[in-house]
Design a protein around this ligand. Structure first.
Ligand code: SF4
Ligand code: MG
Length: 320
């Protein structure tokens, strides 16, 4: 299928300032050279522990955050380098859904105004159509037309996320970045929202980048999955390949810690020693070598790059 997004060597370094003159004394390497692609109609899950850089990466893709280095080719155009004016024209093509829909929704606005807001921002307002469009969007996400006169606080968490999704859909985006979009919801509500997102994906040929710390959720929704550790993408593969044959020692440890009741093969739990190093002072060599049970001499000297070792399965590790 058709390539929608191509991210190359994306970096975000936040300067660490110190002293009276606020001199830059170092950098937090939040995202340290990440590359991947997303096809039209595909869901790429990004999984990793908090602080691994996955949210920072998502925000750079939306250009809410300026990349330090690297390129983001969206339909062939590099949005990492794009001027604000040109970016504005593309803006409607990519949207974001956040964890806590209530904090991103203005409580004083009606649902109608909240959902219509993107139309106004993008100058797509022929007054008579707005109400019809809002009703259509509400029904698309499983809410009722009468809900447009109510306020966000009158809805449950799951319903508020449906409103967030309706807002994201309003301008017919091609790509939606969802950052911990269901993490604040009860498990039963989580699967309703995930199922809705899958339906919408097929209905509108959307692509998602679905960012979560929750492996089960990522497994539910993704076609392909990328694993991040300390600002690096350490493995990326089709969902089947990643879950059946995790290659990177970090992915193996992550999967071993996730309960999988339906599996008859029980994975042995791999307990990692030590803490994740600080992104302000990441180790030389492989970012995982300080905790890797399989590390050897070369790992502390050189940084492994992602390479394809199985069909649709890339890993950054010297074992392969
Ligand atoms: Fe472990 Fe070495 Fe592979 Fe890094 S490169 S994951 S340290 S074996
Ligand atoms: Mg986050």
């Amino acid at each position: 299928s058709e390539l929608l997004l191509e991210v190359k060597d994306l970096k975000k370094y936040f300067p660490i300032k110190s002293g009276f003159f606020r001199k830059t004394v170092g950098h937090v390497k939040a995202v340290d050279g990440v590359s991947f692609t997303v096809n039209a109609g595909e869901t790429l899950g990004i999984v990793g522990e908090s602080g691994c850089g996955k949210s920072t990466m998502g925000r750079m893709l939306m250009r809410v955050l300026e990349p330090t280095e690297g390129s983001i080719l969206f339909n062939g155009q590099n949005i990492a380098q794009m001027s604000p004016a040109n970016l504005r024209k593309l803006r409607k093509d990519f949207q974001m859904i956040f964890q806590d829909p209530s904090s991103s929704l203005n409580q004083k606005m009606t649902i109608r105004d909240l959902i219509a807001e993107p139309f106004h921002i993008h100058g797509q307002t022929s007054k008579s159509d707005v109400d019809q469009d809002v009703i259509k969007l509400l029904e698309t996400v499983g809410l009722r037309s009468g809900d447009r006169f109510r306020h966000p606080h009158e809805f449950s968490g799951g319903q508020r996320q449906r409103i967030g999704i309706a807002r994201a859909l309003a301008l017919n985006p091609k790509l939606i970045v969802a950052d911990e979009a269901v993490s604040a919801l009860d498990v039963s509500i989580q699967s309703q929202i995930l199922n809705l997102m899958v339906e919408l994906k097929h209905q509108f040929n959307l692509s998602y980048i679905f960012i979560s710390h929750n492996l089960a959720v990522v497994k539910h929704i993704s076609d392909r999955v990328g694993v991040m550790y300390l600002g690096n993408m350490v493995e990326i593969a089709s969902k089947q390949s990643l879950f059946q044959k995790p290659l990177h020692p970090y992915t193996e440890a992550l999967l071993s810690a996730a309960p999988e009741p339906k599996r008859n093969v029980q994975r042995e739990r791999i307990i990692l020693e030590g803490d994740v190093p600080s992104p302000a002072n990441p180790p030389l060599g492989c970012p995982f070598h300080t905790r890797c049970p399989k590390a050897f001499d070369r790992c502390s000297l050189e940084r492994p790059v992602l390479k394809e070792v199985l069909p649709d399965h890339q890993v950054a590790c010297f074992l392969y």
